[in-house]
Design a protein around this ligand. Sequence first.
Ligand code: AHR
Length: 329
Amino acid sequence: MFKRISALVLAGLTALSVTACGGGDGTTSAGTGGGGDDTITMGFAQVGAESGWRTANTKSVQESAKSAGITLKFSDAQQKQENQIKAIRSYIQQKVDVIAFSPVVESGWDPVLNEAKNAKIPVILTDRAVDSKDTSLYKTFLGSDFVEEGKKAGQWLVEEYKDSQDTVNIVELQGTTGSAPANDRKAGFQEVIGADPKFKIIASQTGDFTRAKGKEVMEAFLKSNPDIDVLYAHNDDMGLGAIEAIEGAGKVPGKDIKIITVDAVKDGMQALADGKINFIVECSPLLGPQLMDLAKKVVKGEEVPARVVTEETTFTQEQAKQVLSSRQY
Ligand code: AHR
């Protein structure tokens, strides 16, 4: 029998922007049992709204909860770990049936995850991993293989320059410092290009996964490095911001500076089709349906796989032109 919480208790428990969704009025959505005792309540602690990817991910989670009849309590941590920890503590106090979250950074989660475990509330990691040694602190991890994404980016670059002996000067826009996608996309890329000394990363800095920061950091890169051949951006948004900086410096993105990004959101795919980006590694944000299935299973006490890896592909400029009109996000 799952728990139901009164609106009064909910209102008093948190100063954060933790809201229920699905009813359109910030209250609750109907559950599988038409609001009866078998309704599952999920507390979802989202990273923020830093990118097109994140917006699509939030929509997927909210829409899938509604279709699955799961009542969703949703919070936006504005890319701050302390906000996510507060939201998770609030969900524990509210005695939700299951907690899901996308950890903004990899480390520092053991205390709050132990609190959830002691309260017997199962936790699902979605999108990003934690570096905790104790894997009993969460039931499963659903999301992409970010190391593989970095490798795919590196493999395209190696192929692109296979006939050249010249040095290839690369600048890198990293995602949020300490986050799993920033750590892993860097490592995967480095592993592949590191085999050939002609590839040189001449500057690497965080752009925090945002368009504004991507532009700002790329402007600085351009000022201090006159000979940039390639930009590797850990997401489309930073790549799109960097394109503005490159054009502002009088250079042609996609030609004077080749650009590789990760995500394949609509704006990124448009820039790829337009020839401003050269290659995109897909990272799918549409995790909602699988997340709701896993949530139902863990709440029932059923076994779930420890790791569920998202299927994804890559896109060249030609492929982007073909699929652009059918992209969902
Ligand atoms: O964790 C997934 C990453 O987070 C996406 O690639 C990026 O766009 C987002 O901000």
